[in-house]
Design a protein. Structure first.
Length: 195
């Protein structure tokens, strides 16, 4: 029986990617989600449970973004959302220097999970409009990104959810990372089926 090899199979079409957005409470996740979706700023309340929105990227893939509340009691359920994720967006309030360490520790915990192994990470260094905000280089260093993310695609993007600055770049990077994550999963699945 002739088996079709990968080279002869149809090109992959990525239609949808699942994106998980995490970060401490008040980092700006919900504001970012609605700014990305509607290009508008909405009054946000602390998220109880989660918000979910589909974001069109202008490419042949749409992103389903899950914004999961970041308060202490919600962090214990973050693990439940790690299944089938094609990209992680981790939001940091760059102006809240007192909580940078707490934020870093939460990210480290997430990255340790096997369920999110190799999943690309975009860190959004949010609230760059506020005085004394840490810049992307500082966050990269403080969060030890090179060490914790050596086995996956990652990027730290400075941004401001209120003005939208930095968001187009973040979306472009996220889209490209998420697409390659979906593709490599599909390839792994194809090889698995052929075995
Ligand atoms: P969360 O979903 O991560 O918990 P929210 O955070 O989106 O609810 O935002 C928490 C607060 O931070 C909100 O202010 C929001 O307006 C503010 N915020 C979000 N992004 C930015 C930003 O880039 N710059 C500044 N200056 N503020 C931002 P309130 O006052 O409603 O609590
Ligand atoms: Mg919220």
């Amino acid at each position: 029986m002739v088996r079709m090899g990968l080279a002869r199979s149809k090109p992959f079409k990525v239609k949808q990617a699942q994106i998980l957005m995490l970060g401490l409470d008040s980092a700006g996740k919900s504001t970012l989600l609605y700014k990305m979706k509607f290009n508008d700023v909405f009054l946000t309340l602390p998220t109880v449970g989660f918000n979910v929105e589909m974001i069109e990227t202008g490419e042949n893939v749409s992103l389903t973004v899950w914004d999961v509340g970041g308060q202490h009691k919600m962090r214990t359920v973050w693990g439940n959302y790690l299944e089938n994720v094609d990209g992680l967006v981790y939001v940091v309030d760059s102006s809240d220097r007192q909580r940078l360490d707490e934020s870093k520790k939460e990210l480290e915990l997430i990255l340790k999970s096997d369920r999110i192994k190799n999943v690309p990470v975009i860190v959004l260094a949010n609230k760059q409009d506020l005085p004394g905000a840490s810049d992307a280089e500082e966050i990269t260093r403080k969060f030890n990104m090179k060490k914790h993310c050596h086995d996956r695609n990652w990027y730290v993007q400075p941004c401001c959810a209120l003005t939208g600055e930095g968001l187009p770049e973040a979306l472009r990077k996220l889209t490209s990372f998420a697409k390659s994550c979906v593709k490599s999963k599909q390839e792994a699945f194809t090889i698995f089926k052929q075995d």
